[in-house]
Design a protein around this ligand. Structure first.
Ligand code: 9YT
Length: 173
């Protein structure tokens, strides 16, 4: 990947054409469950209002997928966060989260959730830091234990991070 740091970072809604690059990015991240290319194309297209792409020049350097929970519409569930290793340390994940929450369509969101495995220190830091920035509570509970995953496909437990309620006037930047 050629990332020219002189190019401007742009954070925007995802589009179907980002799907293949997202799949590649998630595969290279090493800490995430890799879903099918079709899954990423569909997320980028049908769930574009709750998915963000970070691009530098023509290169996709970050992706955040999410959806509003059907059972709790005031909650934005962030499914996956991936930032290319060459673009880390620049606050891109936090910028994607803020960009999502600043969208007109997401103004009713009061809670942000994500499940995170113990090895995913970048996401643990992201969500704890985000809660601290917003002065919001961050509750961490056990969510999906290893026993839920198929035998032969061992998986670390996923902890649920639930942040909120957020005062929305403080959330917009
Ligand atoms: C926030 C985040 O990236 N969570 C990952 C959840 C799960 N392990 C997955 O889909 O990779």
């Amino acid at each position: 990947m050629k990332v020219h740091f002189t190019d401007r970072l742009e954070i925007r809604s995802a589009e179907a054409k980002d799907g293949s690059a997202v799949w590649q990015l998630v595969k290279e991240a090493g800490t995430l469950d890799v879903n099918s290319p079709y899954c990423y194309i569909m997320l980028c297209d049908i769930f574009r209002d709750t998915c963000a792409a970070a691009v530098i020049g023509e290169e996709l350097v970050g992706f955040m997928s999410g959806y509003r929970r059907p059972d709790r519409p005031d909650t934005l569930f962030i499914w996956q966060v991936a930032v290319h290793r060459k673009a880390r340390g620049r606050g891109i994940a936090k910028a994607m989260l803020n960009e999502l929450l600043n969208r007109e369509e997401q103004q009713a969101v009061k809670y942000v959730e994500a499940t995170i495995g113990p090895a995913n220190t970048a996401s643990r830091r992201l969500f704890s830091g985000f809660a601290a920035d917003k002065g919001a509570q961050c509750r961490i509970t056990e969510k999906y234990g290893p026993e839920l995953f198929p035998s032969g496909a061992s998986h670390e437990p996923e902890l649920m991070f639930r942040i909120g309620p957020m005062r929305r006037e403080e959330t917009r930047i």
